[in-house]
Design a protein around this ligand. Structure first.
Ligand code: WTA
Length: 613
C-alpha cells in the first residue's frame, strides 16, 4: 500500500530521501488501492481514455458536464469558438456564448433546491484564536447572499459594474463575492481600504430582503478580475468569465480531489488569490462540498495548528502551498505526529515547484504514506488545474505535476517554436483552449496577446520551463525568466534549489543568476537553515559538494548566502527578481508593493556575500 515501486534502471533500492534528486531516475508511488476502488477515475488507463476523448472532442466532453448545471437559456450556437493564432487575427476564446446562467445560482440555489443540501454545512470557520469558530449552511449562505445582493442593488450596483471587496478570511467575504456574482457585477478582491469611497457592511445590511432574483448573464460575461502576483513585474488584471470558469473549477475540484459527498475539504489559500477563488469558493460550492475556512496562520498558537484543525473537523482533503510545507518541515515531525490525522485521504500542493524533499516529508510524515499527493500546476490565467495527478489513478513521482487534466493539451517547444517529442526540456505551452482559460487582460487586450500568444503563434505560452521524462511525466522547472545560463548550460532554479533542500540543514533555498566575467552567469544561492543549525564554511562546502554530485560540476554555486528569511509575495512565492538585485547590490528594486514583509530585503542586503567562496 503506497510503498515505493521500483521503475526501471537507476533505482538502487536504498532509502527514499537520497533517491529524490530531480535528475536521478525518480521512483513512482502508486495510489492506495482502497482509494482507487471508490475513486471517480480508478486507473491510469481510464484516465488516459477520458483524457483522449476530452482533447479530441472537447465540445462533447464539456457539453455533457454542462448538463449538470442550470442554464436559463441553452447555448444557441457553437459550443466553442476560438482563435489561438495571432497570425490569423485577434485572439479570442468563447465557450457556450449566448447561453445564459448565473454562477451564484448554480453554487447556491441549485445546491439548496435541486440537490436538497440546504442544511449541509458549507463552511466551518476557524479564526486566529482556536476557540473562535462558527459554521454556516448552504441555506444560511443563500439567505445572506440574497440580503447582501439587495444591499448592493440599493447602492446602484448593476450588471457589468466592478465592485472592490476588502475583507478578511471570513464567511462574509464569500457572501460578498457571491452577491456580486448574483448581480452580474465583477468582484475584485483588494488589499487596501479606500477612505471616503468604501462602505461598512454593518451599516448597510439592516432590513435587507432575503430573496433576490439573480441577474441572468451570458456564459461569456466577465465574472471577476484578479491581479497576478507581480513576482516578475507590473501586475495584470486577469479576466475570467462566467460559464467556462464554472465548468472548469467544478470539474477540476471533483476529479483532482476525488470529491465525495462526505468529504471535509480544506484549502489554506487566501480567498483573495486565484486558489481561493477556485478552490475555497466556486469549485467546492459547485459540488455542494463542506470546507474549512481558516483566518489564522499555521504557526499560531503553535506550529501544530494545521494538524489540530485537521483533527478537529476531520478534514479528508487538504490543499496548501510548498512554502507552508517547507515552513512546517523546519520544526520536525513531532508537531505533526502528535495529532492523529487519521481522517486525511488526499494532500494537495500548488504555487511553486515542490522540492522532492518537501514532497517526501508531506507524503511520509503528514500523510503517513497513506495519502496521494496531488501536485497541481496551474496559474491565475488558467482558472484551474492544468497538470496534476488524479489521486486514484496516477502513480506519483515526487516533484512532478505528472499529466494534463481533462481537456488540456500540453506541448514542450524549443526556442524556435518546434514541438519536442518524448524526453525533452523547453517551454511549456498549451495547444487548445480549456473552459477556464482567461479571456483578456482587463483594459489591455493587446497585452494579453503579447504576453501569452505572440512568442509562439498557435499556442498559449505559460512562461514556465518544463521537462518531460521517459515515462511522459511533466516536471515544471520554474519561470523561464528565472532560468540560469552558466557557460552556455541552461539550469533550472527548481533543480538547484531541490538539491540544496535535500541537505538536512536547509529548510528553504532560492537560487538566482549573477554576472560572472568568465562563465557569463554564475549561481548565487540564498539558504534558510532549519532550527538548530548554524551557517559555517563547512556547511557551504557540504552544499557545494552536494550540488556537484546531484547535478554536476557546472552547477557548483559561486556564492551561498545565509538568508534567515526570503522575500515572498503574499501568496508565498519567492521573489527571485528581488533576490537578483540583492545579489548585485542594486537597490533599484522596481515595484516591491507585493513583497509580504519588506524588512526581509534590508536584512539580506546587509548580509550579502562580497567575495566568491
Ligand atoms: C508556479 C497559482 C510548479 C508556476 C495557482 C506558475 C507551479 C505560477 C505550480 C502561477 C506547481 C504554480 N509546480 N510550479 N504545482 N503551481 N506554479 O498565478 O510558475 O499565482 O506559472 O497561480 O506558479 O502562479 P499563480
Amino acid at each position: 500500500m503506497g510503498l515505493p515501486e521500483e521503475r526501471g534502471r537507476g533505482g538502487s533500492g536504498s532509502g527514499g530521501r537520497e533517491e529524490a534528486g530531480a535528475r536521478s531516475r525518480p521512483r513512482s508511488w502508486s495510489p492506495p488501492p482502497e482509494l482507487s476502488r471508490s475513486a471517480h477515475v480508478s486507473s491510469l488507463q481510464r484516465y488516459r481514455e477520458l483524457h483522449r476523448v476530452s482533447v479530441e472532442e472537447p465540445r462533447e466532453f464539456w457539453g455533457d458536464i454542462a448538463k449538470e448545471f442550470y442554464w436559463k437559456t441553452p447555448c444557441p450556437g457553437p459550443f466553442l469558438k476560438y482563435n489561438f493564432d495571432v497570425t490569423k487575427g485577434k485572439i479570442f476564446i468563447e465557450w457556450m456564448k449566448g447561453a445564459t446562467t448565473n454562477i451564484c445560482y448554480n453554487v447556491l440555489d441549485r445546491i439548496v433546491h435541486e440537490k436538497k443540501l440546504g442544511d449541509k454545512i458549507a463552511f466551518y470557520w476557524e479564526g486566529n484564536e482556536p476557540e473562535e469558530t462558527t459554521q454556516i449552511t448552504y441555506h444560511e449562505l443563500l439567505v445572506q447572499v440574497c440580503q447582501f445582493s439587495n444591499v448592493l442593488r440599493k447602492q446602484g450596483i448593476r450588471k457589468g459594474d466592478r465592485v472592490a471587496i476588502y475583507m478578511p478570511m471570513i464567511p462574509k467575504l464569500v457572501v460578498a463575492m457571491l452577491a456580486c456574482a448574483r448581480l452580474g457585477a465583477l468582484h475584485s478582491i483588494v488589499i487596501s481600504w479606500n477612505e471616503g469611497v468604501d462602505l461598512w457592511w454593518h451599516e448597510l445590511i439592516h432590513e435587507a430582503e432575503d430573496v433576490c432574483e439573480p441577474e441572468w448573464c451570458d456564459a461569456e460575461d466577465p465574472l471577476f478580475i484578479l491581479y497576478t502576483s507581480g513576482s516578475t513585474g507590473k501586475p495584470k488584471g486577469v479576466v475570467h468569465t462566467v460559464g467556462g470558469y464554472m465548468l472548469y473549477v467544478a470539474t477540476t475540484f471533483k476529479y483532482v480531489f476525488d470529491f465525495h459527498a462526505e468529504d471535509v475539504f480544506w484549502c489554506t489559500a487566501d480567498i483573495g488569490w486565484i486558489t481561493g477563488h477556485s478552490y475555497v469558493t466556486y469549485g467546492p460550492m459547485a459540488n455542494g462540498a463542506t470546507s474549512v475556512l481558516f483566518e489564522g496562520i499555521p504557526t499560531y498558537p503553535d506550529v501544530s495548528r494545521m494538524w489540530s484543525i485537521v483533527d478537529k473537523y476531520k478534514v479528508t482533503k487538504f490543499y496548501t502551498a510548498p512554502t507552508a510545507i517547507r515552513l512546517l518541515m523546519k520544526f520536525g515531525d513531532k508537531p505533526v505526529t502528535k495529532h492523529s490525522r487519521a481522517s486525511l485521504q488526499v494532500l494537495g500542493t500548488v504555487g511553486e515547484p515542490i522540492n522532492p524533499e518537501a514532497w517526501l516529508w508531506y507524503y511520509q510524515v503528514v500523510g503517513a504514506q497513506r495519502c496521494p499527493i496531488v501536485d497541481t500546476f496551474w496559474q491565475t490565467e488558467t482558472g484551474g488545474h492544468m497538470l496534476t495527478p488524479l489521486p486514484g489513478a496516477t502513480p506519483m513521482k515526487p516533484g512532478s505535476a505528472t499529466f494534463p487534466f481533462f481537456g488540456v493539451a500540453p506541448a514542450i517547444l524549443n526556442e524556435s517554436g518546434e514541438e519536442l517529442e518524448g524526453e525533452a526540456e523547453g517551454y511549456l505551452v498549451f495547444k487548445q483552449p480549456w473552459p477556464g482559460i482567461m479571456r483578456t487582460v482587463y483594459g489591455d487586450h493587446e497585452r494579453f496577446e503579447t504576453t501569452y500568444f505572440k512568442k509562439f503563434p498557435g499556442y498559449y505560452v505559460t512562461g514556465d520551463g518544463c521537462r518531460r521524462d521517459q515515462d511522459g511525466y511533466y516536471w515544471i522547472t520554474g519561470r523561464i525568466d528565472d532560468m540560469l545560463n552558466v557557460s552556455g548550460h541552461l539550469l533550472s532554479t527548481a533543480e538547484v534549489e531541490s538539491a540544496l533542500v535535500e541537505h538536512k540543514a536547509i529548510a528553504e533555498a532560492a537560487v538566482v543568476s549573477h554576472p560572472h566575467p568568465v562563465k557569463g552567469e554564475c549561481l548565487y544561492c540564498f539558504v534558510t537553515l532549519c532550527d538548530g543549525y548554524t551557517f559555517s564554511s563547512t556547511l557551504t562546502e557540504e552544499l557545494k559538494k552536494q550540488i556537484r554530485e546531484k547535478i554536476g560540476p557546472i552547477a557548483t554555486p559561486d556564492y551561498i548566502q545565509n538568508a534567515p528569511s526570503l522575500p515572498k509575495t503574499r501568496s508565498g512565492k519567492i521573489m527571485r527578481r528581488v533576490l537578483r538585485k540583492i545579489a548585485q547590490n542594486d537597490h533599484d528594486l522596481g515595484d516591491t508593493s507585493t513583497v509580504a514583509d519588506p524588512s526581509v530585503i534590508s536584512q539580506l542586503f546587509s548580509h550579502r556575500c562580497l567575495t566568491i567562496q
